[in-house]
Design a binder for this molecule. Structure first.
Ligand code: HEC
Ligand code: HEC
Length: 133
């Protein structure tokens, strides 16, 4: 009998905790909804870029000399001037075009993010440095 009583009590307690939990959940979800309404409907972010919107890497050099040196001597910094890079990217475009895939800015998005964001390259098979990328 004593065991049954304890079990009943435990069950009653856990039921009450459950209802308390549900009430809290309801209360906090309402509070959260209230908070969300105060957010602006959309956050402004830039979708169109000009080359002038970007700083030159040299401007970072004064405060980040180590990062600048590491980057400046890497192949990444030279890819737009590197004949190996230019010919590999041309080759990839041709190979993909043959199987019906347009690579677009795929390589350029990393190798010249500024060119990718400003849509500077119109023809990926024949662009030259004179296009000032
Ligand atoms: C006037 C000095 C100054 C210039 C110029 C500057 N930075 Fe910084 N930058 C800082 C400082 C200070 C920090 C914070 C470093 C820290 O918290 O340890 C920082 C942090 C950063 C970080 C974040 C690093 C991290 O751990 O999150 C990046 C990325 C960065 N700078 C990139 C740039 C780039 C790219 C440029 C050039 C366009 C630039 N910075 C120009 C002073 C400068
Ligand atoms: C997600 C970013 C990303 C994409 C996309 C990407 N690359 Fe790279 N690529 C890199 C990084 C990072 C390196 C290493 C740079 C270094 O070692 O300094 C690199 C290195 C290279 C190199 C050797 C270094 C050089 O400049 O000669 C070549 C060539 C190259 N990539 C060509 C391509 C081609 C072609 C494509 C498109 C098919 C492409 N990459 C797409 C990030 C990327």
């Amino acid at each position: 009998m004593e065991v049954n009583k304890t079990l009943y009590l435990q069950e009653w307690q856990s039921k009450n905790s459950f209802y308390l939990f549900i009430h809290c959940l309801f209360f906090f979800s309402c509070a959260d909804l209230g908070k969300e309404e105060k957010l602006p409907p959309s956050r402004p972010f830039q979708t169109q870029f000009e080359v002038e919107d970007f700083s030159s890497a040299v401007e970072c050099q004064a405060c980040h000399p180590t990062h600048y040196d590491e980057w400046a001597s890497s192949m990444h910094a030279y890819s737009m001037k590197d004949p190996v890079w230019l010919s590999l990217q041309r080759h990839e475009h041709q190979v993909h075009e043959e199987i019906g895939i347009e690579l677009g800015d795929f390589c350029v998005q990393c190798h010249s993010p500024v060119a990718a964001l400003t849509d500077a390259i119109t023809d990926h098979n024949s662009f030259t440095l004179s296009e000032k990328i």
